[in-house]
Design a binder for this molecule. Structure first.
Ligand SMILES: [Zn+2]
Length: 355
């Protein structure tokens, strides 16, 4: 059986760097993405605290998903990893060292596009080792309230997402996407974070989202009929495209590509409901995907691998924590299941003035 995933690992050709602001702190962040040896995976380094220590970008290291995906250990945390992780995964980078001088990955324009372009300027370098690939071999599903997530066997990485909001801007949107670097660049990477204005005001009131502005978030007007961004939307269905982007970024925390068709939907009754809670709940569904995959890995006990090439050779240590279950697994499962917030909703001082 052949799959549409290149079996070899890749890293960057040369280091690249950029500078932006942290969504929550509002402070400047310098970020570098550097080539790394095969089998290293994606590693985050904090140059401002402990330059020689790293955190592995892996679902086992997720400590918080309330406002963004945060990974951490006893020494330090890194938050808002999802758009950068999506760009690396979308471009097909398996191994890279990320250095930053803050606890937040910069928000840039609220999408993955700046990171994707940056990585593109570096280019990909093929490495000798083969990728480890998580292949879904039986359908799995997960329901939580009115949300349904399924992952079915598929010879590629396909995501179908659906959202349903009770407003005149988002309404009901459905989008299906099969991952390739080209399609990621064209269809997904430019889709920005979004939120209702009053969500942002609440974050502000709590001292959060200080770096947010109309430069890095789509803000939906109080009247629910338009967006406040002067240039409007980049795609008519930019909202669901961004959701798909977040799914790519969060599933990149598996530490390897997934072969399967991920579908997430909200049952129709949801459309009848009102209010901000609805937004938050739908957003939380992204993170439940990791729960589903954890359940899947837990059930399989061993990591399925790419057919023919790696069968029997691959026991991925990175999966160990999830695969063996136990306390660690349960803790994360609970955490994901509770993930309550939409991340990265932000708004600038200028917006406040505009009201
Ligand atoms: Zn996002």
């Amino acid at each position: 059986m052949t799959f549409s995933v290149d079996p070899f690992q890749y890293t960057l050709r040369k280091p690249v760097s950029c500078c932006g602001i942290g969504l929550h702190s509002g402070r400047t962040v310098n970020l570098s993405i550097k080539p790394s040896s095969e089998n290293n995976g994606i590693r985050f380094f904090r140059t401002d605290v402990l330059p020689n220590h790293h955190i592995q970008a892996h679902m086992d290291m997720v400590v918080d998903t309330r406002l963004a995906t945060t990974i951490g250990n006893d020494l330090f945390h890194i938050s808002t990893t999802e758009h950068l992780m999506a760009a690396l995964h979308g471009f097909g980078i398996d191994n890279a060292d990320i250095e930053l001088d803050s606890a937040e990955v910069p928000i840039m324009d609220g999408s993955a596009e700046p990171f994707f372009q940056l990585i593109k300027t570096s280019g990909k370098k093929k490495q000798k080792s083969l990728k480890k690939i998580l292949r879904v071999i039986e359908p799995i599903s997960y329901t939580d309230g009115d949300k349904l997530i399924t992952i079915s066997p598929y010879n590629g990485f396909k995501i179908t997402g659906e959202i349903c909001f009770n407003d005149n801007v988002i309404e009901k949107q459905k989008y299906s996407f099969e991952l390739s670097a080209e399609k990621f660049g064209k269809e997904i990477s430019r889709a920005r974070t979004f939120g209702y204005v009053e969500q942002v005001e609440e974050l502000w009131a709590n001292g959060l989202a200080l770096g947010s502005s109309l430069e890095n978030v789509i803000a939906i007007h109080w009247n629910r009929k338009s967006v406040l961004n002067e240039d409007g939307l980049r795609f008519d269905d930019e909202f669901i495209r961004h959701k798909v982007l977040d799914v790519v970024g969060d599933l990149a925390l598996l530490g390897c590509p997934l072969l399967g068709h991920v579908e997430q939907a909200t049952l129709p009754v949801h459309c009848m409901q009102h209010g901000r809670r609805q937004v938050i709940e739908v957003a939380g569904a992204t993170h439940r995907l990791l729960t589903v995959v954890q359940v899947f890995v837990d059930r399989q006990r061993t990591l399925p691998t790419v057919g023919g090439i790696l069968d029997g050779e691959c026991t991925d240590h990175q999966f160990h924590g999830a695969a063996v279950g136990g306390e660690k697994f349960d803790r994360h499962r609970i955490q994901f299941a509770r993930a309550p917030q939409h991340r990265a909703v932000g708004l600038a001082q200028s917006l406040r003035a505009a009201r």
